[in-house]
Ligand binder design. Structure first.
Ligand code: FAD
Ligand code: DHB
Length: 386
């Protein structure tokens, strides 16, 4: 197996295959430090956390991760709790940073003696229309070739695998007129569970990484420059957006990381062509409001690993042939949920007051109807049936 990209999708796929005795080579164009230090997602669905346990990788997550059984929706300056576990038969979510998951996976890959090459350049994929695909790349100035049975394109949204088959794909793309400014601050979180806020000045989210480290996001102009946001300006805006009627206080602390991410919804169909299979962000992007990007990438590679194991063990390609259709059912469910959460919680630039009132009516329904709250909860912790 040739795998392009050492993000969560590529690393978990390799680990799942290794367990079934299938060798893989992972090629990553960044260096190890870069992939383990970049701050990205932080919320794992129960099923993602269970998979890490099953793969024998859950030890540090159990020690350092935080388990949450609910979340807060804040609007009209009031806070309402959605009891996620109560509404979903006891399921919960984990707070454990993506870069921590990636660190644990890289260590496991290297300890198992599997091939994982960082800082490769000029990766290109070839002959995936036939039975003998190959990947070419440059490492330390020399050109190399990996002959493989199958290629997994786990190289994220800006990778090379999707463009290699783009002429065979249908692309669905929706861009939002806003982005998220995210910060990491060395200050104890001001809340025990995540707060998603709809405010007249725009969306805000309070999440965390540990009892000492807070992560917060603000809706912003996606084209804004982060240098326009001094730490003082960020905290001032946070105070506005999280303000409540009940005297709740937001703790401030030193900001150790900040950045702006644009938001889009994106899907390619199908997620496969010949013997090239796309997984994770290479095939789809969701806006982060439902915390689904990482979890969806993990679901894809579970489906792909199962299909590859059946292909190697029984010479049966039916699961591989069905890979894209199997994944897309869930991808579109998650696309809808992420779009719905985004639309309900963000300030829509040119919307009139009518649309804001509709958002408030919807939020009021979600916090006062068990049926509506369950819809949010079961999607948020992760649906099993799609
Ligand atoms: P990636 O993690 O992108 O991994 C792809 C890997 O491929 C990378 O290591 C990349 O360096 C490598 N690669 C790329 N091109 C090549 C090449 N040509 N050759 C070799 N290797 C290559 N999701 C959430 O749920 N919540 C969040 O808060 C959140 N924040 C995010 C912030 C940012 C800035 C970004 C970019 C994404 C964020 N996401 C978030 C989404 C989430 O992080 C992704 O869905 C998740 O990383 C997908 O995993 P992946 O393995 O498919 O792709
Ligand atoms: C986090 C990010 C999200 O996009 C989200 O919806 C919840 C949590 C996080 O970074 O912890």
């Amino acid at each position: 197996m040739g795998i392009v990209g050492a993000g969560p999708a590529g690393l978990i796929l390799s680990q799942l295959l290794d367990r079934a005795g299938i060798d893989s080579v992972i090629l990553e164009n960044r260096d190890r430090e870069y992939v383990t230090e970049r701050v990205r997602a932080g919320l794992l669905e129960q099923a993602t956390a269970d998979l890490l346990d099953e793969l024998g990788l859950g030890e540090r997550m159990h020690r350092e991760g935080l388990v949450h059984q609910g979340l807060y929706l804040r609007f009209a300056h009031q806070t309402h709790r959605i009891p996620l576990s109560e509404l979903t038969g006891g399921r919960s979510i984990w707070i454990y940073g993506q870069q921590e998951v990636v660190k644990d996976l890289i260590e496991a890959r290297l300890a198992a003696g599997q091939q994982l090459h960082f800082e490769v350049a000029d990766v290109s994929v070839h002959d995936f229309d036939g039975d003998s695909p190959r990947i070419e790349y440059t490492h330390e100035g020399e050109r190399h070739v990996v002959d493989c049975d199958v290629i997994a394109g786990c190289d994220g949204f800006h990778g090379v695998c999707r463009p290699a088959i783009e002429s065979a794909l249908t692309i669905h793309n929706h861009e939002y007129p806003f982005g998220w400014l995210g910060i990491l601050a060395t200050v104890p979180p001001s809340t025990d569970e995540l707060i998603y806020t709809n405010h007249e000045r725009g969306f805000a989210l309070h999440t965390m990484r540990s009892p000492e480290l807070s992560r917060l996001y603000l809706q912003c102009d996606p084209h804004d420059d982060i240098t326009n946001w001094s730490d003082d300006r960020i905290w001032e805006e946070m105070h506005h957006r999280f303000e409540t009627d009940d005297g709740w206080q937001l703790n401030e602390g030193p900001i150790v990381d900040k950045g702006i991410t644009p938001m889009r919804s994106f899907v390619v169909e199908p997620m496969q062509h010949g013997r090239l299979y796309l997984a994770g962000d290479a095939a789809h992007i969701v806006p982060p409001t439902g915390a689904k990007g990482l979890n969806l990438a993990v679901r894809d590679v579970r489906v792909l690993a199962e299909a590859l194991i059946s292909f190697y063990a029984d010479n049966d390609s039916s699961l591989l042939d069905a890979y894209s259709a199997t994944c897309l059912r869930r991808v579109w469910r998650v696309q809808h949920f992420s779009w719905w959460m985004t639309s309900m919680l963000h300030l829509i630039g040119d919307a009139d007051d009518f649309e804001h009132r509709l958002q408030l009516a919807q939020l009021d329904y979600v916090v006062s109807s068990t049926a509506a709250a369950t819809t949010l909860a079961e999607n948020y912790v992760g649906l099993d049936k799609v």
